[in-house]
Design a binder for this molecule. Structure first.
Ligand code: ATP
Ligand code: MG
Length: 595
């Protein structure tokens, strides 16, 4: 037997192969006092300060042992629910041949977020930002008949998206870990059943992670498809706006929120009249100068769509354009606002005076403009505007559609109650894809009558790192992280205060052994540090149950338990401390568990 193989002192391993008890002295858990300069979000700051992650390059991070432990917890919660709801795990490659993306059409559509490269044979390749193409390729080869369906497959894997602004640490990385799942059904009804199962699985997953979240209607974005919901962790720092109606159940991402009727103050109807409006390039100046409500001004904005085709977009002066709605109106092509030079070249006047009257470019109008009886528009000439311009009469509208951003107080599209707006972090997304990929890539099955039909698909994603970051956004205080039991890297931490005192060390080690034996994941602070340092680090790490073992307490046969969430302090008899901690651990795990 070899003698140079050393197993560290009686390491106890759980069913997942993870270490149950860990001494800090033999761990990589580098905490930091100072706040990293580049971190804006509290979760990002705390993940770095607590030594969970380290940055390698913009949007690319390493998980250190403590961070990885929490990541594994999210992973296990996800895996359990996916399996429970009938999805089976696969692992697909990160590198994908461009041909598949050309077949689906996304080689052209996806834009610069798609990381493209050539291999040594000059073949175009990509690193997967998502895996619809790869999974559809497998299914079209392996599934033949209706008897092979339904199917649902998932993976937990690294994605790469070359985000324009990677930021906030794991929240918006370029390389990140996603759970993605794909469902395959013979008909719409079956696809709805698959969708509902995933919706329920996601509800359980985020509840089991101990998160407070909302489920909102969402835009289907570049993945395409017909129907989708997002799971939003509510937090003021969230990048997404979500609107909700307190009277019916409508809730939607602001990107998607339907704005049907919002108030417009109609300007008095008069003849089309040219007015001198010196230096009134912006709506507020113009409204003040003309003594007219902002909602009676029609903003004309020039955008460039597919192949730089100019599109004039009209919207009431008091409203903003929703770029996602505009993108969908342009067939999925990202609109760019024309710069002043482009606008002047195409429309012949500076921005601010562009007019829809007589314009030769395509004109899209927000529904609000279409409802106006008359309004103020640019005159196509510097320092002049028209009053009394009647949409559809004085100028052409090629298409009128919902293009505006919804704001707090706008009418709910279902019940007209004024809606509320809050911020959220999108942690999960479920899509009903339909036949977009199966048709494009020829993924068909044979029906009982012998004819072929495209498979109906759904896809379902969860960002694991983002879920962890979102949990910290929701659970922290001025001193550090407050992990919910379900995601905590360790469930308990032991702080022996006077390590050099044999009775303290022995009592702490005995408690450590007991906890580890009973399966309570425990971090043992065996560093020769001042109590203040240990307390500060324990608060920063946010481990739910903190036990301090001191000479003073032991003299009375007691140790001190402090809960990280409510800071409650109790003295426990040494003899029953492990049992008590086990009980508290199990209670906390149960509280967050759905179903
Ligand atoms: P976003 O609008 O935030 O860019 P998305 O709509 O592009 O997200 P999906 O394609 O639906 O995201 O991806 C599924 C999940 O993957 C998201 O719900 C999110 O949790 C996660 N995710 C997406 N992009 C990132 C990223 N850049 N960094 C970390 N997680 C991400
Ligand atoms: Mg995105």
């Amino acid at each position: 037997m070899s003698t140079d193989c050393k197993i560290t002192d009686n390491i106890k391993i759980d069913v997942f192969g993870e270490v149950i008890g860990q001494k800090i002295s033999s761990y990589l858990a580098p905490t930091m006092k100072e706040v990293p300069a580049e971190a804006e979000l509290i979760s990002h700051k705390l993940m770095i300060r607590a030594g969970l992650i380290r940055k390698l390059a913009a949007g690319i991070y390493s998980y250190l042992p403590m961070g990885l432990r929490s990541l594994r917890k999210v992973e296990r919660i996800i895996r359990a629910e996916m399996n429970r709801f009938g999805s089976r795990e696969v692992l697909l490659p990160a590198v994908q041949p461009a041909e598949l993306w050309k077949e689906s059409g996304r080689w052209e559509f996806y834009g610069p977020e798609l990381l493209r490269f050539k291999d040594r044979h000059e073949r175009d390749c990509i690193i997967g930002p998502t895996h619809e193409e790869v999974i559809t390729d497998i299914i079209r080869r392996e599934v033949r008949s209706f008897r092979d369906l339904p199917l649902n497959l998932f993976q937990i894997q690294t994605k790469f998206r070359d985000e324009i602004r990677p930021r906030f640490g794991l929240m918006r990385g370029r390389e990140f870990i996603m759970k993605d799942a794909y469902s395959f059904d013979v008909d719409d009804q079956g696809a709805d059943v698959s969708y509902k199962a995933m919706y329920q699985a996601y509800t359980n997953i985020f509840a089991n992670c101990g998160l407070t979240f909302a489920i909102v209607e969402a835009d289907s974005g570049s993945i395409g498809g017909s129907f989708s919901h997002e799971f939003m962790v509510t937090a003021d720092s969230g990048e997404d706006g979500l609107i909700y109606c307190s009277s019916c159940s409508y809730a939607a991402n602001l990107e998607k929120a339907e704005l049907k009727d919002y108030p417009i103050e109609q300007a008095p109807i008069g003849p089309l009249t040219k007015v001198h409006t010196p230096a009134c390039r912006h709506v507020p100046q113009l409204a003040a100068y003309m003594k007219t409500p902002e909602s009676s001004i029609i903003k004309s904005m020039l955008f460039l769509g597919k192949d730089s085709e100019p599109v004039l977009v009209l919207i009431p002066g008091h409203r903003e354009i929703n770029l996602i709605k505009l993108k969908n109106a342009l067939g999925g092509y990202e609109p760019t606002l024309a710069d002043p030079d482009q606008a002047e070249k195409i429309m012949g006047v500076p921005m601010g005076y562009v007019t829809p009257i007589g314009a030769e470019v395509k004109i899209l109008a927000d529904l609000g403009v279409a409802r106006m009886t008359s309004g103020v528009v640019g005159a196509g000439e510097a320092d002049y505007h028209y009053t009394g311009a009647k949409p559809g009469v004085d100028f052409r509208i090629d298409q009128s559609l919902d293009l505006a951003v919804m704001v707090e107080g706008d009418p709910c599209p279902r019940c007209k109650t004024p809606v509320k707006v809050r911020r959220g972090i999108e942690v999960g997304h479920v899509f009903k894809l339909g036949t977009k990929y199966s048709k494009a890539m020829g993924a068909n099955f044979t029906k009982p009558d012998g004819t072929d039909s495209p498979i109906i698909m759904g896809c379902y994603g969860i960002g694991l790192g983002r879920t962890l970051a979102a949990s910290i956004e929701q659970n922290h205080d001025a001193d550090g992280i407050i992990w919910p039991m379900a995601l905590a890297p360790f469930q308990a931490t032991l702080l022996p205060l006077q390590l050099q005192r044999q009775e303290v060390l022995q009592a702490a080690l005995a408690l450590f052994d007991e906890l580890v034996e009973s399966g309570v994941e425990t971090l043992f602070d065996d560093r020769d540090e001042r109590p203040g340092v240990k307390f500060k680090d324990a608060d920063l790490l946010g481990i739910p149950l903190r036990v301090t073992i001191s000479e003073k307490g032991l003299n009375q046969g007691l140790v001190e338990l402090k809960r990280r969430d409510n800071r409650e302090v109790t003295m426990l008899p040494v003899a029953s401390a492990a049992q008590e901690l086990l009980k508290l651990r199990d209670q906390a795990l149960k509280t967050n568990r759905a179903g």
